[in-house]
Design a protein around this ligand. Structure first.
Ligand code: GLU
Length: 290
């Protein structure tokens, strides 16, 4: 794509009205201790409140429930392994989600912003009545000027009904609420042609117009491509859900959370995936088969 068209696509982000922002646990924690990074949380909340002040509808999809709960409970790292009984994770999530929300509520209140919590499982999308109700709830919260804070309902989600990762969840939420833009804040700058830590020739991709099979495959660890590390696979699945729902998506580095307003100012930050207008995409069917 030529530079002037790229510029136009970036400029178009200024007019986005309904925005979903996703942040992952690793972006919210101090790497040394695993405790919450309050400075980052504060900047994140300030940026979101400022989006509201610009007249945008805002949804935050945030991870961190399990990480925060794990710190609050006497659960050792040995006890909490990837294959630990799901009940341990669920207990961590039950404690952590409440703590996480308490922290968010406090900071949002400092900026006079009302925040709400919405916890979802696959059933929220697959079941027609649940989906209809969730859609209505979001609509009413937008009307009332509330920022919705979304997470997976990890306390009750077992294998059959879990989304499993918040990248996909955020794109599903964006599709459900008919957002214009999804921003994934992550620990990577965006999409490269290969792992930049291992391949000096790796090139940064600033705009993706077409999510080709070749690109989708780049995220899969099984292909041997290192782009898969750092969760590029789930981010590309999110890109598929978002762009097929005609929603633009940006992956940007959460190192500096102030990129949020710069993205909305049309600056060339991260990788922009362009939404597609006329593609058949059945959200409930997709979620059911995930
Ligand atoms: N829902 C999980 C949590 O809040 C995180 C899932 C993810 O980060 O993808 O701990």
């Amino acid at each position: 794509m030529d530079e002037s068209r790229k510029k136009k696509c970036r400029e178009a982000l200024k007019d986005k009205k309904r925005i979903v922002v996703k942040i992952g646990s690793s972006s919210l924690q101090h790497p040394e201790t695993g405790d919450l990074d309050y400075t980052k949380l504060d900047v994140l909340v300030r940026e979101l409140c400022d989006m509201r002040n610009r007249g945008k509808d805002v949804v935050l999809v945030t991870s961190g429930a399990i990480a925060v709960g794990k710190k609050a409970l006497p659960v050792s790292n040995v006890e909490y392994r990837a294959d630990s009984p799901i009940a341990v994770k669920q207990a961590c999530a039950a404690v952590g989600q409440a703590r996480l929300m308490m922290t968010y509520q406090k900071i949002f209140a400092e900026y006079n912003q009302v925040a709400a919590q919405i916890l979802m499982t696959k059933n929220t999308i697959v079941d027609n009545l649940n989906r209809y109700n969730a859609h209505n709830t979001f609509s009413e919260l937008f009307r009332l000027g509330v920022i919705s804070i979304v997470n997976e309902n990890d306390t009750v989600a077992t294998y059959e009904i879990e989304f499993g990762d918040n990248d996909s969840l955020s794109a599903i939420v964006a599709a459900l609420v008919e957002a214009d833009l999804l921003i994934l804040l992550s620990d990577i700058d965006g999409l490269y042609t290969d792992d930049p830590r291992k391949n000096a020739e790796a090139k940064f991709i600033d705009v993706v117009e077409e999510l080709t099979e070749e690109l989708m495959d780049m995220g899969k660890p099984s292909t041997g491509s290192e782009v898969g590390t750092g969760g590029m696979n789930t981010k590309l699945i999110a890109a598929k859900i978002a762009t097929h729902s005609n929603i633009d998506m940006v992956i940007a580095n959460s190192r500096d959370i102030k990129v949020l307003h710069r993205i909305l100012d049309g600056q060339n930050i991260g990788t922009l995936f362009l939404g597609k207008e006329k593609v058949y995409f059945d959200l409930p069917e997709f979620v059911e088969n995930m």
